[in-house]
Design a protein around this ligand. Structure first.
Ligand code: VLP
Length: 134
């Protein structure tokens, strides 16, 4: 049985979000606002189908995918760069590879107890975020 990510998750803390945003080329003013945000994630998982709604007072982002099926991601409201993305299981971790203009772009989600972890990668930058079950 794979891990169960279903639920509502509230932002707790973040490490090196600034470095990640810089690697994505996010402008100064947007970074200043973005680093103050405490986003919420609502994850729906049904078999191999997932949706992740990340909402905040400033911008929100929605993505849906099936495990192992490549999809076009627009990153609308984020850096707006299109990529070809695919999400697979690595044991109980969800691993997304986002192929596009930026090297080494992707993310990994996993759960420890009632905490949801997110590692965001772009080029040589890694941001780690922790969310807690609502
Ligand atoms: C852009 C970079 C902040 C910063 C400006 C807007 C959406 C895994 C995955 C599902 C992500 C989140 C990426 C955040 C990139 C910020 C707006 C913040 C709220 O999540 O859960 O897409 O990739």
């Amino acid at each position: 049985m794979p891990a169960d990510f279903n639920g509502t998750w509230n932002f707790m803390n973040s490490d090196n979000f600034e470095g990640y945003m810089l690697a994505l080329g996010i402008d100064f003013a947007t970074r200043k606002i973005a680093k103050m945000l405490k986003p919420q994630k609502v994850i729906k998982q049904e078999g191999d189908s997932f949706s992740i709604h990340t909402t905040s007072t400033f911008r929100s982002y929605f993505v849906q995918f099936k495990i192992g099926e490549e999809f076009e991601e627009d990153n609308k409201g984020l850096d707006h760069r299109k990529c070809k993305s695919v999400v697979t299981w690595d044991n109980d971790k969800l691993v997304c590879v986002q192929t596009g203009d930026k090297k080494n772009r992707g993310w990994t989600h996993w759960i420890e107890g009632d905490e949801l972890y997110l590692e965001l990668r772009c080029e040589d930058q890694v941001c780690k975020q922790v969310y807690k079950r609502a």
